[in-house]
Design a protein around this ligand. Sequence first.
Ligand code: ADE
Length: 481
Amino acid sequence: MNFTVLTLFPEFIEQGLNTSILGRAIEKGLLTADVINIRNFSADKNGRVDDYTYGGGAGMLMQPQPVFDAYKEARSRILSKRFPEGNPAGDESATSGSHNNNKIRCIYVTPQGEPFTQKKALELSGEDDLIVLCGHYEGIDERVLEEVVTDRISIGDYVLTGGELPALVIIDAVARLVPGVLGNETSADIESFYGDLLEYPQYTRPEVWNGKRVPEEVLTGDPKKTNAWRLEKQIELTKKVRPDLFEKYLLRQSTLEKLLKDKRNNIQMIEALRRGTGDIICTDPLVIYLECDKLALVGLGDSISVGELLGIIPGSARSIVCSAGLAEVLCRDERIEKSCDVHNYVYTEKVHRRVVNKDIRRLGMEYAGYIGEKYALGGPEYGRERLGAGVVYGIFVEGEIAGFIGTHGEGSIGMLYVDEKYRHRGLAADLESFMFNRDLEAGRTPYGQIILGNEASTALQEKIGVYGGDKVLSWLNIKNA
Ligand code: ADE
């Protein structure tokens, strides 16, 4: 992943990025950072980039032209890396949304932005490039912000002297979610299991310090006792210092209880809540929105009209998953079209599955052509996007790739493919078992969805002891979204 920071204080950013875990990730080539000094784009002979505010007001404002020119420089550097042999789509306009292929997220850090959260960090970590624009003085002329900025983010309800610290905070939180940055492959995975509770207190050696003993519950060696104590502390602390989060936790828990009564048919909603990828935005019927996948999951009732549903889900929503019955009603509206009908498949065992061919590796971008050719669903860019998210795995036979599997944006396992000449050797079962084991290690329930009529996939599930829900779910597209 590549970060480009537009700033008046490049040394501030460079120092922050070159230390510790981020510095190591940059050295290893997992991240790149480009810092552009906005002052280099000043048209003024003294290098001035600020001026008085029209209409009066305290302090100075950054002028639009140097910011725009610095942005154009960042954009052109990024596009020439993306298309070393020239940009096939051209880049007539420098503005942020000018062309899909050329779209680059540009974040302006400002106290007037949306609050920065772990969810936002997760969403941004799916991008290949991020531009972060740091303001100074009283801010930046609104016209250039309208032209280049895609997201305005605040790191908290307080005002700092400039955008450099917020930029570093955002980069740090996003970078540690990039596969490989934390060193340990599963640590960010495990963390995607965000709860709405604050962390419990933790202790290290010595057992007695300053006359205070480490609580007995974490010394017992009995994980059940330790976990129960930790949860109790989490609840106690969250109730006291973050009553807003505690309300969310209670709603999530009571919703999960209802969904778990029909686990196989509701697994997509259960996992969105348990993994923290979805937010409850309506309770009757239940609507969970996954910002990361622009997806609305509807369940626990069918009484909602297209107008109501489109009124409560964000305008950015692209798809809906709901019962086939509700889909029939929603599809009567011209804004909605059916994509496919599926059944859920859930691996309910807690034990790891045996994998015979163990040569299974995470695939990098060099396999984008191969994946694009073999996996057509989701369009030509889908495979590339999943590879970028670091969630596609290939199985190899004598060093040659024989097939692959991946996870979709909402967390289900899919994209399964085995080359014709390697079929009937159990490789599909190995790939699937490998993915199940990964989910189990991260504390997730493995599940997938199979398109109705895909006999080969259904037979594979039954062969390996995975059983489906009995209700048909429909995937719908929101047209023009
Ligand atoms: N710039 C100054 N204060 C800020 C804050 N709290 N968040 C983001 N950007 C800022």
